[in-house]
Design a protein around this ligand. Structure first.
Ligand code: UDX
Length: 459
C-alpha cells in the first residue's frame, strides 16, 4: 500500500490525556528523523506538534515544504497539514502544554575532536522541554545515544520538571533508512520500547496503536537494552558491509571476483544477501559515527575489547575510499595532475541528498587534492555538496559532465547513472576509462563499447 493512501484517523478522533484516548504527540527536532516521524504520526491520525529551534525550518514545514530530499514525504506533509492534525512551532512551552507523549528526535553527531557522540542537542532539547512540563507526560528518546544516557536524562527530567516524577522517560530507538523513511516509519519491522514502568509501556502502546494493530512485533525491554539495540543493529550492518569489502581486498590480491563471491554467499540464508554489497562502503549520518561512538563508549565502560573489531570495520571501510582513488590514478597512468575526472555521485547513497560522511565526496575531494580536475554530478545532493566542497566543479547531468573526461568514476549508484548508455558517454569523453565504485554497471557491456572498466575486488 502506498503511504499516501493510508486509512485516515486510524488512531481514532479522541485525543487528550483521558484514559483510552489517543495521546497528543510532540516531536522535538525536525530533521530527517523528526520531520518524518511527525508527518507519519499525523498521517496515522494523531494530533502532532513538531518543534525545532530553527525558525526557518519551522516556517518551511508549516508552508508544506520538506527541507531535505525524502521520496513520498512532501506529499504526506501537505496532506497532514491540510488535515489540521499537524503543526510546527519553535515554542517549547506550547509543546509542553500540548503533549502527552514527547518524542526527542534531535541529532547526535560525532564530536569534533573525538569519536564520542555529541549530546549537546539532546541535553538542550530535554532541558528546555522539562522546564515547562507541569503535567503528567512521557518523554521518549528516539535519538541514537551512548548507553547510559536514558538513565541520566530520567534524573535530569524529573529534577527540572515542575511535575517532577509525574514525568517519565522511555527509549524507542528508530531504525528508518533515508530514502525509505516514510515506509520504514509507517511499517517498521519491529518496535522497541525501553521502559521503566507499566504506565510508560501503556502510553507507548497507545502512541503506536495503529502500527501495532498492523501486526508489527513489539519488543518491550529496559532503557539500557533499548539504547543498545540501536547501536548493536547499526554495528552489525556496518560489520556485514565491511566483511564483504574485506573479502574484496583479498580478491584484489588473488585475482578473485568479489561479486561472484558475494552472490554465492548470499544463497546461504543464514548469511543472506542484504548489506553484503561490496564497493565503496558505508557513509551517512548514522553508520560511521554510530560504530565510532559505540567503540568509544565501550572503552569508557571498560569493555572496549568486546567491540574492538568495530575499529577494524571502520578501517576497512576507509580503505575502500583510498583504493578507489588508487584505481582512478592507475587508469589515469599513475599521475592525477591535470587529469579530468567526472565523479558520478555525491550523496552517501542513492535517493538521498545527504552528504554526511559521504564516501563519494571523500573520493572526489581526495582526487582534487592530488591534482585532478573533478566535476561532480548528483541528481539531488549538488547543492549540499557545493556548499561543503566549493573547490570542486559541478555538472548538471552525467553525459554533459563527462565531456572531455580522462576518467569517469561512479561513486553513488543512482538509477540514472546505472542506466547511462556506454556508447553515449563514450562519444563525449576524452578517454573511455571508468571505475565502477559501486558494482552498478555491467562490465561486459561497457567493455564491448570500448571502455577500460575497473571495479574494486574484480579482475
Ligand atoms: C542506516 C540503517 O540502515 C538504519 O536502520 C538506521 O536507522 C540509520 O542508519 P541509512 O544511513 O539511511 O540507514 O543508510 P543505509 O541504507 O543503511 O546505507 C548505509 C550505507 O551503507 C550507505 O552508504 C550504503 O551505500 C552502504 N551500503 C549498504 C553498502 O555499501 N553495501 C550494502 O550492501 C548496503
Amino acid at each position: 500500500m502506498d503511504a499516501t493512501t493510508l486509512p485516515e484517523d486510524t488512531a481514532g478522533p479522541r485525543t487528550g490525556d483521558a484514559a483510552g484516548a489517543a495521546p497528543r504527540l510532540t516531536v522535538i527536532g525536525t530533521g530527517y528523523l523528526g520531520a518524518t516521524h511527525a508527518v507519519c504520526m499525523a498521517a496515522l491520525g494523531f494530533d502532532v506538534l513538531g518543534v525545532d529551534v530553527d525558525p526557518v525550518k519551522i516556517e518551511r514545514l508549516n508552508a508544506g515544504e520538506v527541507p531535505f530530499f525524502e521520496p513520498g514525504l512532501p506529499e504526506l506533509l501537505v496532506k497532514a497539514l491540510d488535515s489540521g492534525r499537524l503543526r510546527f512551532t519553535t515554542g517549547f512551552e506550547e509543546a509542553a502544554e500540548f503533549g502527552d507523549v514527547h518524542f526527542i528526535c534531535v541529532g547526535t553527531p560525532q564530536q569534533q575532536d573525538s569519536d564520542a557522540a555529541d549530546l549537546r542537542y539532546v541535553d538542550a532539547a530535554v532541558t528546555e522541554l522539562a522546564r515547562h512540563l507541569r503535567r503528567r507526560a512521557l518523554v521518549v528518546g528516539k535519538s541514537t545515544v551512548p548507553v547510559g544516557t536514558a538513565a541520566r536524562l530520567t534524573e535530569l527530567v524529573q529534577r527540572l520538571a515542575p511535575a517532577g516524577t509525574e514525568v517519565e522517560l522511555a527509549w524507542n530507538p528508530e531504525f528508518l533508512r533515508e530514502g525509505y523513511a516514510v515506509d520504514d516509519t509507517l511499517r517498521p519491522d519491529r518496535l522497541v520500547f525501553g521502559t521503566a514502568s507499566a504506565r510508560a509501556e501503556e502510553q507507548l502502546r497507545a502512541a503506536f496503536a495503529p502500527v501495532i494493530a498492523r501486526g508489527t512485533p513489539v519488543v518491550v525491554t529496559d532503557l539500557t537494552t533499548a539504547e543498545l539495540v540501536k547501536v548493536a543493529a547499526n554495528s552489525f550492518l556496518a560489520t556485514k558491509i565491511s566483511y564483504i569489502n574485506a573479502m574484496a581486498e583479498v580478491c584484489e590480491a588473488t585475482g578473485g571476483d568479489v561479486t561472484g563471491l558475494a552472490e554465492a554467499l548470499a544463497y546461504d540464508d543464514r548469511i543472506g544477501g542484504r548489506f553484503l554489497k561490496p564497493g565503496l562502503g558505508f557513509g551517512g549520518g548514522c553508520l560511521p559515527k554510530d560504530i565510532r561512538a559505540f567503540a568509544h563508549r565501550a572503552e569508557e565502560l571498560g569493555v572496549g575489547q568486546a567491540v574492538g573489531f568495530l575499529r577494524q570495520v571502520d578501517d576497512i571501510n576507509k580503505r575502500r575510499r583510498a583504493r578507489t582513488v588508487d584505481l582512478v590514478r592507475e587508469l589515469a597512468g599513475g599521475d592525477l595532475t591535470g587529469v579530468r575526472v567526472t565523479a558520478l555521485g555525491a550523496a552517501f547513497k542513492p535517493n538521498s541528498d545527504d552528504i554526511r560522511d559521504a564516501p563519494a565526496l571523500d573520493v572526489a575531494s581526495t582526487l582534487h587534492r592530488l591534482g585532478a580536475h573533478v566535476t561532480v554530478v548528483d541528481p539531488a545532493a549538488t547543492e549540499n555538496a557545493r556548499r561543503s566542497h566549493p573547490q570542486l566543479d559541478y555538472g548538471t547531468d552525467a553525459i554533459s559532465a563527462a565531456a572531455g573526461a580522462d576518467v569517469v568514476v561512479l561513486l553513488t549508484e543512482w538509477n540514472e547513472f546505472r542506466q547511462t548508455a556506454p556508447e553515449a558517454m563514450g562519444a563525449v569523453v576524452n578517454h573511455r576509462r571508468i571505475v565502477d565504485g559501486r558494482h552498478a554497471l555491467d562490465p561486459a557491456r561497457w567493455r564491448a563499447a570500448g571502455w577500460e572498466y575497473r571495479a574494486l575486488g574484480r579482475p
